[in-house]
Design a protein around this ligand. Structure first.
Ligand code: TXA
Ligand code: MG
Length: 344
């Protein structure tokens, strides 16, 4: 397939891209588009044939449901069978932005988009291009992260190009994604909302608006068997670079002691700013210690970079787990296939 590339830095190209990409999508095609979280691979969410192309291009298992991206509340009403008061309050506060809600779906919403579930995930992205695109398409767009299934989500154009060139009709280059990690996912299918995936909208920010929420056990550990049906996406291998990643808990001194004494062949460090120069192994830095926002922004890019550098084994410094740090930690332990070295 011939993939057309757009760069939307200048206003003229932005407008051309909105026009042409919306046409591609209305005709049942698929396109990689930037969002404020990560790049998404978009199709008309109500067009079963188009949605099937997304699964094929990514190599995504059919039971892993997609998120509907909307540009107004009318679109939400077309997808959700009911909208609980708490869900409304939360969206009023955080939409447009990096928040996805799960609600019971209407019968007309195709099962291919929801991975066979009777619920649907919905978010209203704030990225100006994708917001305009949805408006122009006049339909909700299903868009998973635009990586090959199992790889780290793309946060830059080059990541999208590496994974999707030749597999999609178009790729829109919007520079680097602001947040860098996927949206917060919260389910409203039960009385007490359950956080299924942490993101830039934090548990504390959510609780401030709607009170008590539960945090799915799978956020902090390997998915227990009883949660497999709650969020099908979580049971698959995720964010995994080619390298074997280990998360190392404990102080920098203990980390240094540890990595200086391992067999160093193919070993790289994924460390905080300023730490690389104090170590004898090659390192890649992913933001300041305790600086969750920058860590989130850099993590996926760092994982891809380490692969390109030829890392075989990566020892990663462990982020804090408060605020957006919970999301950074959640992605990193998955990239590490839950291999944690506890030096605390
Ligand atoms: O920030 C984001 O959310 C990005 C951008 C492109 O918008 N999208 C994204 O999509 O991360 P994806 O497909 O990579 O992740 C969607 C997650 C998966 O873990 C999936 O299992 C979950 O949302 N999900 C979707 N629909 C669901 C449902 N009905 N019930 C439970 N989980 C659902
Ligand atoms: Mg994904």
């Amino acid at each position: 397939m011939n993939t057309k590339v757009y760069n939307i830095e200048n206003k003229n190209e932005f407008d051309i891209a909105v026009k042409e990409v919306s046409q591609i999508i209305k005709n049942g095609g698929i396109a990689v588009v930037p969002t404020e979280t990560v790049y998404g691979l978009a199709a008309d969410g109500m067009n079963e044939k188009a949605v099937a192309k997304i699964f094929k291009a990514k190599g995504r298992p059919a039971d892993n449901p997609l998120i509907f991206h909307i540009s107004n509340y009318e679109m939400l009403n077309d997808i959700a069978a009911e909208i609980p008061e708490k869900a409304k309050k939360l969206t009023e506060k955080f939409w447009p932005g990096p928040l996805t809600i799960i609600l019971p779906k209407k019968p007309n919403v195709p099962h291919i988009s929801t991975g066979g579930l009777e619920s649907a995930a919905v978010r209203m992205p704030s990225h100006p291009f994708t917001a305009e695109l949805i408006k122009a398409c006049k339909t909700a767009l299903t868009a998973p992260s635009a990586n090959l299934s199992g790889k780290p989500s793309p946060t830059k154009f080059s990541h999208c190009f590496d994974d999707m060139n030749g597999r999609v009709d178009a790729i829109v280059d919007g520079g680097s994604c602001k947040v860098g990690l996927e949206s917060t996912v919260i389910s409203f299918l039960e009385e007490t909302p359950i956080l299924l995936r942490p993101g830039a909208v934090t548990p504390a920010q959510i609780s401030e608006v709607i009170g008590e929420i539960k945090i799915a056990e799978a956020v902090l550990k390997e998915l227990p068997g009883n949660e497999k049906t709650l969020s099908p996406g979580l049971k698959y291998k995720h964010y995994s670079p080619n390298a074997d990643v280990f998360v190392v808990k404990g102080s920098f001194e203990k980390y240094k002691d540890y990595v200086e004494n391992v067999n160093k062949k193919g070993v790289y460090g994924l460390v905080f700013d300023g730490e690389g120069e104090k170590l004898s192994i090659p390192c890649f830095e992913y933001g300041e210690n305790h600086g969750g926002d920058l860590q989130a922004h850099k993590l996926f890019s760092a994982l891809r970079k380490l692969d390109k550098m030829g890392a075989e084994t990566v020892y990663a410094r462990c982020p804090d787990t408060d605020g957006i740090g919970l999301a950074v930690y959640n992605r990193l332990i998955r990239a590490a296939a839950f291999q944690i070295i506890d030096l605390e």
